[in-house]
Design a protein around this ligand. Sequence first.
Ligand SMILES: [Zn+2]
Length: 134
Amino acid sequence: MSSRRRTARPSAPATCPCGLPEPYERCCGRYHSGAAAAPTAEALMRSRYAAFVRGDAPYLLRTWHPRTRPARLDLDPGTRWTGLEVLGTADGSAFHATGTVTFRASFRGGSLHERSRFERVDGAWVYVDGDFLE
Ligand SMILES: [Zn+2]
């Protein structure tokens, strides 16, 4: 992970859509391009949210567990994602093989509250499935 010694200035250009105060290229952009792999389940979850924001269906499919991955993914280009809030995590660190992330993803007109399950496949974190919460 990159160190974060400085907090981003409010005027900093284009922070990552995942909500972390980093430029996209230094945050989820590295995972989307394949230059790096998300080190934790939370990092993968954030990068998948950012992929939804950017309409990156290939990234979403390749970070989906082969067991649960849909044959194809049609993103609704009309969805306007407005923010991600990670509410809690369990396991999912460099020392775990599984993990869960509870989050709220907001879009214009509503929000999605979900607890997602993640596993490692060949060392890389992938999304398995999730439960919708009230
Ligand atoms: Zn990010």
